[in-house]
Design a protein around this ligand. Structure first.
Ligand code: ZN
Length: 236
């Protein structure tokens, strides 16, 4: 498993964003780079993609999930491309582009408001995907945002599931129902569920079911991005 390198920008906290951007752009003259969001040359992230990756927090309802879900971004464009780079192309360095949005979303949850007893539990990946990637993208996202993920894993998949892409909401629900098991260590614990993309909510719903079955209490959920406009409970 390749070690997770802390994002470069975070090692330079004293550098104002404008200057950091200028330094990155200046460095690109020596070492050519392209935008992780759109491929535009000479930018680590170009100004247009930077706007797309800026958090726009919303708290939404996803029908099968019994708790509100805090989301930071709309899935698509640069967000989808950067997430795909992280998940499918080993670009863990691009996590730093998503970290501010994940940090903002977590800050609005019960786990992000100062010292807390709330355990952050990420949605499990299929074992084959973890083997192929050598890392768990959602865990890295949470860590890049400066939070700790519950270990040992709070949730595991106990059977194979079909790829959710292309399934209807009902099919997703059936596909996932009963597929997860929560750790005994979550009994009596307050839990925040975290995933990368909110689509129908069936993944979070199954996580809630498994945690409740184990005697844990799901106090909230958050996703980096949502696939479509949803009814907002509370805007920014
Ligand atoms: Zn771009």
């Amino acid at each position: 498993m390749p070690p997770f390198s802390p994002p470069v920008a975070r090692s330079l906290p004293a550098v104002p964003p404008v200057l950091a951007g200028w330094l990155a752009d200046a460095a690109s003259l020596l070492l050519p780079v392209s935008c992780a969001g759109c491929g535009a040359p000479d930018h680590v992230v170009c100004p247009a993609c930077r706007v797309e990756l800026a958090p726009r927090l919303a708290t939404v309802r996803a029908a099968p999930v019994p708790v509100p879900v805090v989301v930071a971004l709309e899935y698509g464009g640069a967000v989808a491309r950067v997430l795909s780079a992280v998940k499918e192309h080993g670009r863990t360095d691009a996590l730093r582009l998503l970290a501010p949005a994940m940090r903002a979303a977590l800050s609005r949850t019960p786990a992000g408001r100062g010292p807390t007893d709330v355990a952050i539990v990420t949605m499990p990946s299929a074992r084959a995907a973890v083997r192929r990637r050598g890392y768990r993208p959602v865990d890295l996202l949470v860590q890049s945002a400066g939070h700790r993920v519950r270990r040992p894993a709070g949730l595991v998949l106990i059977r194979a599931i079909a790829d959710q892409a292309g399934l209807s909401a009902a099919e997703r629900h059936t596909n996932l129902r009963g597929a997860m098991r929560a750790s005994e260590t979550l009994r009596g614990r307050r839990v925040l569920l975290v995933d990368d993309v909110l689509t129908t909510g069936s993944t979070l719903a199954e996580g809630c079911r498994a945690v409740s079955e184990r005697g844990g209490i799901v106090v909230g959920a958050t996703c980096l991005a949502r696939t479509a406009k949803r009814k907002e409970i509370e805007g920014k």
